[in-house]
Structure formats: structure tokens, C-alpha cells
Ligand binder design. Structure first.
Ligand code: ZN
Ligand code: ZN
Length: 172
């Protein structure tokens, strides 16, 4: 998700449906679902770990591999499968997580058709003491990231102008 912190606006997110939309983080989920209806042909899918993550279809698998909410789901799923865990979890399962786990399981079947190695939660948890993974970016991913960053800042500047902001001092 394109997230940005601006002093006078707080955390804002660039809408994936229209880069001219710069939305305060607190309102992004509502906005995204509104925009989704408005741009039915946008090639954008919703992350199965967090419904506030609207990601271009071609980036969805990559996003879901690195989604910060994924670790949480995997801990939850692992605990359900195994029945024992010393990890602290909320007593009431979060319905959104249940939804995500279910959707995740459905997607797992699809993933099996691809040439990615089969996902084994137990193996995964053994090798990854469930903490958020750091993103290992290749050179070209880094370049892509920087480019997107530039586009994002440009869009932001444009948006700020459009909204008639008076203070542009630090963003030129
Ligand atoms: Zn939008
Ligand atoms: Zn996500």
C-alpha cells in the first residue's frame, strides 16, 4: 500500500484506483470500496490478509508474500492446526481473520498449481520464528520501488496543488 506521512495531513495513502486521490489513512478503507465501485474495470484485487489492501492484480501474489498481516494469519492458522501454542492470541477469533484464513486456504489450492514450492505451515514456523519478515529486495525491485516512490511523490505534489494547499515548502 502506498503509505506516506505528511506533517500537516498525518498518514495519507495514495488510492490505487486513482493516483490523484490522496486519502487520510483513517478513511482509506471506505474510500477504497467506494472507488472500487467507481472503477469496476481497474485491474485491482483485494489482499486476502487485509481487506484494506487493494493491490494491482499482477502484484497481488507478491504483495501477499510480503504482506505485513500475513504473519499474524499464519500464527493463527498454525495454532488451529496444531492445537498447542504458547503464543499470545486474542481469545475471541477476529472474524476478519477467520475470513482471511478461509480465503487463504482457498488460495493455497491455486498456489499449488504454480511452480512455487508447496507451502507447509509447520515447516514455515520452524524456520521463521514468527516475526515480520524483512523484505529482501533485488536490485531491480529496489529500482522499481524508487520509481514508484517518485511517481507517488509527484502525484502527491499534484494532489496538494489541486486541493489548494498553501504550504508546499518542503515538497518541491
Ligand atoms: Zn480513489
Ligand atoms: Zn496485504
Amino acid at each position: 500500500m502506498n503509505e506516506l506521512h505528511i506533517e500537516q495531513y498525518g498518514t495519507v495513502i495514495i488510492c490505487p484506483y486513482n493516483k490523484a486521490h490522496v486519502i487520510p489513512a483513517a478513511r482509506i478503507q471506505r474510500h477504497l470500496f467506494k472507488c472500487r465501485r467507481q472503477y469496476p474495470k481497474a485491474n485491482i484485487d483485494i489482499c486476502c490478509f487485509n481487506r484494506a489492501h487493494h493491490v494491482p492484480k499482477e502484484d497481488l501474489l507478491e504483495h501477499q508474500k510480503n504482506c505485513p498481516d500475513r504473519a499474524l494469519i499464519e500464527v493463527y492458522q498454525y495454532t488451529m492446526d496444531d492445537g498447542t501454542s504458547n503464543l499470545e492470541l486474542p481469545e475471541e477469533p477476529n472474524p476478519q481473520h477467520e475470513f482471511a484464513v478461509q480465503k487463504y486456504k482457498e488460495q493455497e489450492e491455486n498456489w499449488d498449481d504454480m511452480d512455487a514450492p508447496r507451502y507447509d505451515p509447520e515447516e514455515y514456523c520452524r524456520n521463521n520464528p514468527v516475526v515480520r519478515k524483512t523484505m529482501h529486495m533485488t536490485k531491480s525491485e529496489k529500482r522499481k520501488f524508487r520509481e514508484e516512490e517518485r511517481i507517488r511523490i509527484a502525484a502527491l505534489n499534484k494532489a496538494l496543488e489541486t486541493y489548494g494547499s498553501t504550504s508546499q515548502g518542503s515538497y518541491n
